[in-house]
Design a protein around this ligand. Sequence first.
Ligand SMILES: C[S@@+](CC[C@H](N)C(=O)[O-])C[C@H]1O[C@@H](n2cnc3c(N)ncnc32)[C@H](O)[C@@H]1O
Length: 347
Amino acid sequence: MNEARTAIEAHWHEVAPPEVVDSARALYAWMPRQRSGALPFVDDPYDARREAHWADAARVADYAAALPVDGSRILDLGPGDGWPSLPLAAALPHTRILGIDPAPLRAEVCRRNGARLGIANAAFAVGDGMALPVRDASIDLVTAAASLEEVQDPEAAFAEIARVLRPGGILRASYQVWRLPVPRFETITLVAGVDSLVYTYAVRTQDPPRERRYVLVLPADGEAARLHAEALVASADARRAYGETLVDAASSLGVPLLERLAPLARRSLVVELRRWTTDWLVEALRAAGFSDVRATVHTGDLARLFARPLIARRDAEALSSHFEAITRALGEAAAQQPGESMVTAVR
Ligand SMILES: C[S@@+](CC[C@H](N)C(=O)[O-])C[C@H]1O[C@@H](n2cnc3c(N)ncnc32)[C@H](O)[C@@H]1O
């Protein structure tokens, strides 16, 4: 983790030497909700006037269509707050879905969401993609949404997924294609955690393909809360990328803010994650024992393209009664379209 540290990283190691952790402990163990508590279906009933709802419903239909005809056992890796496990369980009531996430808070939130939605065929357990608590060849479909790249050792997770899938079983996953607009960029985020406030700094590099994320866990009151709120206001005017605030060493939200927050921090953490391209992922899955590996377009993107003009023309609401049928058709069609961001691998 020493290679080419940025100025902000060098400062971080000086003023708040970080503990090296995995992504579950760095991020998902303290994040109160995923996607700001506005997950379509899980947090908000489907609404045809909202683009994200078309995208998510089509992705759920895509995952559902990936289940082998005679299959009923699904494992959802890294479900976060129950996505896609909960909408998938509702769409496929004859199946049994097990969601496995290493962050105990996530498994608990998934269980609470499942109970609130009255879903009885989805269960959630704490576990790691690199050592799945599941018998060999006992699963028909593994789903993973934006979770494979959170695992410290992706090849170990691919081997585990190959182990638990029965012959002919399917892995269907979405993933982030690592293609940065510049060779390196740095961002910060300021968010509320569980009983805490959080300041994170991330540096992403194209070569080597890596993301390092630093986290300061702060008290939710006093001077830390004042500085956090002040910085939040300042960050509203700054440029953004990937939904985060862009910074560099000269930014007031970088070194100067870090120096003021560091003495107040309860914990300082860092996680380093490997990133990948589609070619790398396809090869790694083949090497793990998958016979047929195909990268496809992102189903959500396709559904957004379809829904955007309808929503703009205020025509989407009139289609509400056809929302399920149309998103199903979109999901099934997208799964067949060669592209990037989603992958199907046959065991
Ligand atoms: C970006 S979130 C995606 C959550 C959800 N699938 C969604 O799409 O809303 C990544 C999830 O992967 C989980 N995760 C992190 N490390 C993991 C590991 N080693 N094995 C399985 N899941 C992991 C995180 O705890 C988190 O819930």
